[in-house]
Design a protein around this ligand. Structure first.
Ligand code: ADP
Length: 258
């Protein structure tokens, strides 16, 4: 569709590409993916990387990236992103008390996002990774248009309901002319530590099939793994704590493909 003439151009000085990590529904591992992808782009691909937590209602980046304190402000009143693991981060969770943004209406959220993008001294960035809010509604459409996304990566579990929502996400991005970079399947299987058999808890091969049906690149499978969950909870992403693990290599592959 045509760009919204009323939307302000949020193209950010010094930022080359902006890519979104999106999902049709919550809880599929979108933020975990955004974090591990951003760190991989920085450490493995040697790019200058920023990470914007656009999930204003449920910001999880400060915990997952172990961000401490509030952003400093430059004399020009721009916020300085908090850097960790080679990634410059900006999240509502670093700006307001927990839960404070929960009651905000749409316009407030868009205003906050504007400050968290153009009101930030990012420096030069090869890529800004955006952890989108879950879902495919108005908020996601506004963000996509106002950030002038270069592309979007869709995260889904192999479960049918998640894939259905993922397809809706793909349609939403195509409506606003944002190219889909590919589909990453998360929680693809669980490898039993006792018998080393793979259990396909949420179904098998669904995301790859969906990607093929919709003519999109399939970016790979990330298993359900305790280390991924604990890395997120402890603020040390698995690509930092176990850079040579199978999973970290899979994230590295995604980083190279997008
Ligand atoms: P979303 O951003 O889609 O809501 P999160 O990235 O917050 O999802 O993930 C939801 C929960 O699932 C978190 O507790 C996270 O640590 C966990 N998680 C995500 N991906 C995996 C995985 N591959 N293996 C184990 N736990 C995971």
């Amino acid at each position: 569709g045509p760009p919204n003439p009323h939307s302000k151009d949020l193209k950010i000085d010094g930022v080359k590409d902006i890519i979104a990590v999106a999902s049709g529904k919550g809880g599929v591992g979108k933020s975990t993916t955004a974090v591990n992808l951003a760190v991989s782009l920085a450490n493995r691909c040697k790019l200058k990387v920023g990470l914007l937590d656009a999930d204003v209602y449920g910001p999880s980046i400060p915990i997952m990236m172990k961000l401490e304190g509030k952003p400093q402000v430059t004399p020009e009143r721009k916020m300085i992103p908090i850097e960790n693991y080679g990634v410059r981060c900006m999240s509502m969770g670093s700006l307001v008390e927990e839960g404070a943004a929960l009651v905000w209406r749409g316009p407030m959220v868009m205003k906050a996002l504007e400050q968290m993008t153009r009101g930030v001294s990012w420096g030069t960035l090869d890529v800004l990774v955006v952890d989108m809010p879950p879902g495919t509604g108005d908020a996601q459409i506004s963000i996509s248009q106002r950030l002038q996304l270069s592309g979007a990566l869709i995260v889904s579990t192999p479960q049918d309901v998640a894939l259905m929502d993922a397809r809706r996400g793909v349609k939403m991005f195509s409506q606003v002319n944002v190219p889909i970079l590919g589909v990453l399947e998360n929680m693809s299987y669980f490898k039993c530590p006792n018998c080393s058999e793979s259990w396909h808890i949420f179904g098998k091969g669904g995301a790859q099939k969906t990607a093929e049906e919709m003519n999109m690149q399939f970016l790979g499978e990330i298993p359900l793994e305790v280390g991924i969950r604990s890395g997120s909870d402890e603020g040390v992403p698995i690509v930092v704590s176990h850079p040579d693990s199978v999973v970290s290599k899979a994230y590295g592959n995604v980083a190279e493909k997008v």
